[in-house]
Design a protein around this ligand. Structure first.
Ligand SMILES: NC(=O)c1ccc[n+]([C@@H]2O[C@H](COP(=O)([O-])OP(=O)(O)OC[C@H]3O[C@@H](n4cnc5c(N)ncnc54)[C@H](OP(=O)(O)O)[C@@H]3O)[C@@H](O)[C@H]2O)c1
Ligand SMILES: *[C@@H]1O[C@H](CO)[C@@H](O)[C@H](O)[C@H]1NC(C)=O
Length: 361
């Protein structure tokens, strides 16, 4: 017995994989990711995985361990970063003790990220995780991808930029994951990829992918719609998506303060929408703010849907996606659940990192 157990320990130790992680953006999602990484140490160890965080950036600076080839931040330090970034406006300069790591600022940030990617990408491998909300990171990502790094995105903007940048980003499809960009932790991208990969053509996707209270202009849903349409192979841009904003221009941020909008504007909108909802109801339908991808058209806006469809039955703020294909024709594949939240989104990002582990052998 003793021999057997010693062998299995050895087998565990030798098959363990270390995944170096570089995190861009440490807001709600990014800091929760650090928290999850620390909280999942035992679980990952049972899976033969070690996540070694070598750097974390925010809009102002980059924290790097002094020896990216061999070390990672201590869990205590990661927890301190989590706590620090929980208060708004905080920066890494406020950390009391930098210990054995360096703080890089300004133009040096990008240079250092690319250096680290160059050093680790081809040797140990590196997961570069984008939890910013910035359109700028696409340039960094498109450089680090040449070093063989894996890319994991919560940030939608790199995927909704010019098609040329998108093509480059997904040029090595095995090395990129972006599940959290649509529906947070829900396996929407993974499900679509599986259906497509089985040779089953998807001809329609319809989804409620936002809480409109956060996104009355519809732009955030439009980005998600573009990501899904491009996943289907459509070569379109943001301009090709018809977006129905929930407010007219007169009530937009350029013409009215947020306070007035919430006080007066919303009420006037509610009336109009109520009338449309009543009209839909008389036809046994309900109004839903959805994205529709079908027949080479990608639209975001209010639609009348059957009351007894998955989207029609939707209550509250869940995300719901109906996927129609040859196999899921009469009865669509439906994915539903909470589609936002720092904790849930960070969990989706972590699942993507773990999903790429096979590339680190
Ligand atoms: N929260 C959700 O429920 C959810 C769900 C799905 C997807 N997402 C997406 O996940 C991403 C992160 O969301 P969040 O809620 O965590 O946003 P957030 O709280 O605004 O955090 C953004 C972080 O990115 C940093 N940052 C901004 N520009 C940067 C740059 N050029 N380089 C490096 N870091 C930069 C910010 O720095 P400072 O700390 O210095 O400001 C901040 O730490 C977004 O793209 C969002 O759309 C969020
Ligand atoms: C998510 O994190 C952001 C930024 O730290 C914070 O403002 C927001 O309140 C958090 N959201 C939730 C639901 O905890």
């Amino acid at each position: 017995m003793a021999t057997v157990s010693r062998r299995s320990e050895m087998a565990e130790a030798t098959s363990s994989i270390t995944i170096p992680v570089l995190l861009l953006g440490c807001g709600g999602v990014g800091r929760h990711l650090l928290h999850h990484i620390v909280a999942c140490r035992d679980l990952h160890s049972k899976m033969g995985l070690v996540l070694r965080v070598v750097g974390v950036s925010d809009s102002r600076s980059l924290l790097l361990v002094d020896d990216v080839a061999t070390t990672g931040f201590e869990d205590e330090f990661l927890t301190e970063i989590f706590r620090l970034k929980s208060s708004s406006g905080s920066s890494f300069s406020d950390l009391h003790d930098l210990g054995r790591c360096q703080l890089v600022k300004g133009a040096e940030v990008t240079t250092n990220i690319i250096n680290v990617a160059g050093q680790l990408g081809k040797s140990t491998g590196l997961s570069v995780v984008d939890c910013t909300a910035s359109p700028e990171t696409v340039h960094i990502l498109n450089k680090v991808i040449d070093f063989g790094c894996c890319i994991i995105l919560a940030n939608k903007k790199p995927l909704t930029c010019r098609i040329e940048d998108y093509d480059k980003l997904i040029s090595n499809i095995r090395r990129i994951r972006f599940e959290a960009t649509v529906g947070a932790g829900l396996p929407i991208i993974a499900s679509i990829t599986r259906v497509l990969g089985s040779g089953d053509p998807i001809y329609r996707i319809i989804g409620s992918l936002s809480d409109p209270r956060d996104d009355l202009s519809g732009m955030d849903v439009a980005r998600k719609a573009l990501i899904l349409a491009r996943l289907l192979g459509w070569r379109i841009d943001m301009d090709d998506i018809q977006v129905e904003s929930l407010y007219p221009k007169e009530l937009g941020p350029n013409s009215m303060s947020t306070e007035d909008f919430l006080r007066i504007g919303m009420l006037s909108l509610d009336r109009g929408i109520q009338e449309r909802a009543n009209a839909a109801s008389s036809r046994n339908k309900v109004l839903r703010y959805v994205c529709v991808i079908k027949e080479s058209r990608c639209q975001v806006g209010l639609q009348e849907l059957p009351k007894d469809s998955p989207l029609g039955r939707l209550r509250g703020s869940d995300n719901v996606v109906e996927i129609y294909s040859r196999c899921y024709n009469k009865s669509p594949m439906v994915i539903q659940g909470a589609g936002a939240g720092n904790d849930t989104t960070a969990a989706g990002v972590l699942a993507d990192i773990v999903d790429l582990q096979d590339l680190f052998h």
